[in-house]
Design a binder for this molecule. Structure first.
Ligand SMILES: *[C@@H]1O[C@H](CO)[C@@H](O)[C@H](O)[C@H]1NC(C)=O
Ligand SMILES: *[C@@H]1O[C@H](CO)[C@@H](O)[C@H](O)[C@H]1NC(C)=O
Ligand SMILES: *[C@@H]1O[C@H](CO)[C@@H](O)[C@H](O)[C@H]1NC(C)=O
Ligand SMILES: *[C@@H]1O[C@H](CO)[C@@H](O)[C@H](O)[C@H]1NC(C)=O
Length: 493
């Protein structure tokens, strides 16, 4: 009996499923995305790229001695910020829309801003908080409280420690400190290594492979910065200017930390590059990296120029804002950063193309494919994009996308923004932009974000067409914008 009942209910259930299946509407099947072109960014590299502007904080004995490179002979007694307040640093970053702050835990002078077990040359010997303070700890808690992520710099060159120049003991010391910094302070999103070193510094081999392996073991979502990556590369100068073109891809085998003669390669990257190692542009808001009473912040126009040449050329801008000897970010620096953020919002919050119609040479999967040109006007700048039909290029037909004013009202702008769907690789080698049939831009790579300021100033017209003339694989455009920058006035006009 029990068996029979079970059988009946099973049949009933199957029939019920059957009816459900056939009565539901036919499901639409979407066109799959095109294949990626390698190399691709990692999850953490993509997250980093979208930060756009991040902050460096150079702080230590140099802040109190008015110098840039300490000798290592500084007395820890000098380190005495009277009102150190990392909450003010974090609030300054957050107010400027900055989501990552990197602190110099140790600079070339060797003084440690945290109480390291492996040296006495640290805050422990300083009068600050009677030697019981920990700047790194306060920095991390303040950043976390403001929703800002943290990164750290641990200088390889150490002018204080006597183990320096003795390969084995110094590398052991350095690795021990890396373990302290990456185990005790929670999530660290970026670690900064550089090859900076004085002309007469003693010879010393750094065990980079050991360092990198240790970093990746201790922090799962970290990006390692150095001249040579592996995750983020130096842009080759300290002016905040990326090259044109600027590729996120490069051959890592051609790079070495501290090597001479590679700055041009670092600046531009390599369209044939075997690794995804995008560039970061480090530049200070003032002349020096450390705070000096005699220096003042750059002007808003200088900062905007840096922004266009870094973020606007497929890079992340790492702007240094040095705390002063009181332990606070100077008010004029905080004010400048706030103006910088407000200016960027003024320029980019409104996309003047927002109400335009968009048309393209072709679209993958046809009208219902999900890859139409209208995707360039939505708010997703990564995973929704216009994809043309791949065969077009083989057939000798070019790829283009066009924005047309709808209300019979002229579009007035002086900045054009183009973004590639870099989650599937960087593709565009050359592109041209036309306004009502007249060429106004003739340029190379795009990447995550490319900003073009129109050389002649504000232009107006009805139809903006972007032609993609050379590409590594079918171009994928995730966003297009027309903007009016009221702060920019081309010189000589
Ligand atoms: C470092 O080593 C190179 C060659 O290995 C040598 O020419 C140079 O003099 C050394 N420099 C110092 C400061 O010892
Ligand atoms: C980078 O590597 C690729 C692949 O091996 C190669 O085609 C390209 O020429 C290399 N670039 C340079 C500048 O050597
Ligand atoms: C550091 O900046 C704070 C905030 O602007 C200011 O109150 C303080 O006087 C500055 N300290 C020095 C030494 O300039
Ligand atoms: C788009 O149209 C809406 C509704 O007419 C209007 O409020 C908005 O200002 C327009 N945006 C632009 C950028 O022209």
């Amino acid at each position: 009996m029990a068996e029979k009942g079970h059988l009946f209910s099973s049949i009933f259930f199957l029939t019920f499923l059957h009816i459900l299946h056939f009565s539901s509407p036919k499901l639409e099947v979407s066109t799959p995305p095109p294949l990626p072109i390698l190399p691709l960014p990692s999850f953490s590299q993509l997250k980093w790229q979208q930060r756009e502007v991040i902050m460096f904080l150079h702080f230590g004995p140099n802040t109190f001695t008015d110098s840039e490179w300490g000798t290592g002979a500084e007395s820890p007694a000098l380190f005495n910020p009277t009102s150190l307040n990392p909450a003010q640093w974090a609030a300054t970053a957050a107010a400027a829309g900055i989501s990552l702050m990197i602190l110099t835990a140790k600079h070339h002078d060797g003084f440690c801003l945290w109480p390291s077990k492996y040296t006495t040359h640290s805050v422990v010997r300083s009068p600050w908080k009677d030697g019981r303070g920990d700047v790194v700890k306060e920095f991390v808690s303040a950043a976390t409280a403001h929703g800002v992520d943290v990164g750290l710099y641990l200088s390889p060159w150490d002018r204080h420690d006597r183990r320096y120049s003795h390969d084995l003991p110094y590398n052991e010391y350095y690795l021990a400190q890396l373990q302290e910094l990456l185990q005790k302070y929670g999530n660290v999103r970026e670690i900064w290594f550089d090859g900076a070193k004085g002309q007469n510094a003693p010879n010393m081999s750094y065990y980079f492979s050991d360092w990198f392996a240790m970093v990746k073991e201790l922090q799962s979502s970290i990006n390692i910065f150095s001249d040579a990556g592996p995750d983020i590369r130096w842009v080759g100068n300290e002016k905040g200017f990326a090259g044109m073109p600027c590729w996120s891809t490069i051959n890592r085998t051609l790079l070495a930390i501290g090597a001479e003669g590679i700055s041009e390669y670092l600046n531009k990257g390599d369209p044939k590059g075997t690794h995804w190692v995008p560039p970061e542009c480090d530049v200070s808001i003032r002349k020096g990296w450390f705070w000096h009473k005699s220096e003042s912040p750059k002007s808003l126009n200088e900062l905007l120029n840096i922004y266009y040449n870094s973020v606007g050329r497929n890079c992340v801008l790492l702007v240094n804002v040095p705390p002063n000897s009181t332990g606070l970010i100077a008010q004029e620096d905080a004010d400048t950063l706030k103006q910088f953020k407000a200016a960027i919002d003024t320029i980019f919050t409104t996309n003047l193309a927002h109400n335009c119609s968009v048309k393209a040479s072709s679209q993958r999967g046809g009208k219902e494919g999900g890859f139409g040109p209208e995707n360039v006007l939505d708010s997703d700048h990564l995973w929704t994009y216009w994809a043309p039909v791949e065969a077009d290029a083989d057939a000798g037909r070019e790829h283009w996308i066009e924005i047309r004013s709808q209300q019979n009202q002229a579009l007035r702008f002086n900045v054009i923004r183009i973004q590639e769907a870099i989650g599937l690789g960087q593709r565009i080698r050359r592109h041209e932009i036309y306004l009502d049939g007249k060429k106004i831009v003739d340029e190379s790579s795009v990447g995550y974000k490319r900003l073009h300021r129109i050389k002649t100033g504000v232009v107006s017209g009805y139809v903006v067409r972007v032609r993609i003339t050379e590409f590594r694989a079918v171009p994928l455009i995730s966003s297009l914008g027309l903007h009016l920058d009221p702060f920019w006035h081309p010189t000589g006009l």
